[in-house]
Design a protein around this ligand. Structure first.
Ligand code: MEV
Length: 284
């Protein structure tokens, strides 16, 4: 069996597509597993239905990777169209199955090309964090593995599904319509990622939380949040979370709330009214 994890972006989504830095971490409780079977067709074992366009993308991916033998089973507990890296995880897991001896660098290079099939113009942060399985600081194609002091987050499902490719395209259109305005927002997000890198290394939870809140506001200005994500952020902060923000492409998918041992229960209880899909993650 080969396995690849999910991911969440902590800081810098969208800005990272424009060369600004971003920070992402692997989520090890969610993964894509590839197994060999006797069947003549690819089998899927997921908690949701794959629509016809996702199936078409998968066919494209298999043919790109030269997978003609379809006796494989894909098992995944990563929700799709949720900003948790389901496509990059699938690509990395398949590449590991087909090329078990490849170095991480080589796996990552090919996984980036697979991401182009799914997302058009990916920054490369998703395939990198999933390949290296460590917190990464990613800027313009340069991947740095970073040390972070342990912290705890909640991953909260907004219940809304959205295509990262479409949202990235929407940002591109906005950017081209007013480069000055949008470049300013993207640069500010980049600055937040730089500061966050420092604060994550010190474990300064209050400051990390503050930066998350500010990052979410800037993502709102960029036009990639939605009411459900804004509600999650608001409720999390009201319940005492240190910070909260949407993650990934946005317009749906997941948000994160920064918590600790003293307040995670309270935040979770408050959010349960909104979402029954909340996952606690200890990052270290
Ligand atoms: C998607 O997980 C993150 C985006 O920044 C797109 C990308 O970096 O390729 C929205």
């Amino acid at each position: 069996m080969s396995r690849a994890y999910a991911k969440t972006i902590l800081f810098g989504e969208h800005a990272v597509v424009y060369g600004e830095p971003g920070i992402a971490i692997p989520i090890k409780s969610m993964h894509t597993d590839i197994e060999l079977t006797d069947s003549k067709n690819i089998e899927y074992e997921t908690n949701w239905e794959l629509d016809s366009s996702s199936k078409k993308k998968l066919e494209e991916l298999f043919s790109f990777l030269g997978i003609n033998d379809k006796s494989i089973k894909i098992k995944s507990n990563i929700p799709i169209s949720s900003g948790l890296g389901s496509s990059a995880s699938l690509s990395v897991s398949l590449i590991r199955k087909v090329h078990p001896l490849w170095t991480k660098d080589r796996v990552n290079e090919l996984a980036y090309k697979c991401e182009e099939i799914f997302h058009g113009t990916p920054s490369g942060i998703d395939n990198s964090v999933i390949t290296y399985e460590k917190p990464v600081y990613y800027e313009n194609g340069i991947i740095e593995i970073i040390q972070v002091k342990p912290f705890k987050i909640l991953l909260i499902d907004s219940g809304v599904r959205s295509s990262t490719k479409d949202v990235v395209l929407q940002v591109r259109k906005s950017y081209e319509s007013n480069v000055e305005k949008y470049q300013k927002i993207l640069s500010q997000i980049g600055y937040i990622s730089k500061k966050a890198r420092e604060e994550l290394s010190y474990g300064n939870i209050k400051m990390i939380g503050f930066l998350m809140i500010r990052n979410h506001e800037l993502l709102r200005e960029l036009g990639v949040s939605c009411d459900e994500l804004d509600d999650i952020v608001k409720l999390s902060l009201e319940a005492g979370a240190y910070g909260a923000k949407m993650v990934g492409g946005g317009k749906g998918g997941y948000a994160i709330a920064l918590v600790d041992e003293t307040n995670h229960k309270k935040v979770e209880d408050k959010l349960r009214k909104f979402s029954d899909n909340i996952i606690g993650v200890d990052v270290n």
